[in-house]
Design a protein around this ligand. Sequence first.
Ligand code: ADP
Ligand code: MG
Length: 233
Amino acid sequence: KLAMEVINKARSENRNALTEIEAKEIFSAYGMPVTKVKLSTSEEEAVKFAEEIGFPVVMKIVSPDILHKSDAGGVKVNITDEKGVREAYKEIMKNAKAYKADANIHGIVIQEMAPWGTEVILGSVNDPTFGPTLMFGLGGIFVEVMKDVTFKVAPFSAKQAESMLTEIKAAPILAGTRGEKPRDRKMLANTICLYANMIVDLKDEISESDANPVLVYEEGSGLKVADARIILK
Ligand code: ADP
Ligand code: MG
């Protein structure tokens, strides 16, 4: 099983933190739509991969020692040409080293830039009493300031996944307010189910995880996981 290969590799290197690339491989193995990613280890390779993926691209530091990449100056979005890739490569490396001199750096990931969408957060904890538990909320201030999130112990039914979408105060935003079209709640509920399958299947491996942000599009247009994190037990 692909997920276990990724996990065992990290364990063999004595780490509990998976990189974004590894976490996205696992999310993808469970059927969740993630952005295309390619790991570059030189400026030349970064340029090549950006051209393969197609502009605009996003570039981010890949290091098991840097979990909050923006805080480390390790994320550049909307890079539109080769010059931009070269500049971003140098700057991200410089920032990462300034942030943590002894960080183990795997390289810089080049990824497709997902179109703008409503930001939601999915996450999991492995509760000592209840076991794998899934969290859902809207991104940005909704989670950080209002703590507007809902939890459900996995596994659960598709119906229960749908009901999670209505349990948050910000639910009207997903339903479409002020002339905004409704978001793809069907795909979101489906992704919640896939996420729940993952944390149940891997309950002996995953301590906590999140997909933050997940960008959710208009009804029928699906969603995309833009960032992923998994911490092993
Ligand atoms: P952090 O480790 O700081 O959470 P993220 O990977 O979440 O880093 O990147 C920070 C922000 O950049 C995200 O919240 C999102 O708004 C934007 N972003 C990241 N990756 C992408 C992507 N592939 N497409 C579009 N936007 C992205
Ligand atoms: Mg993030």
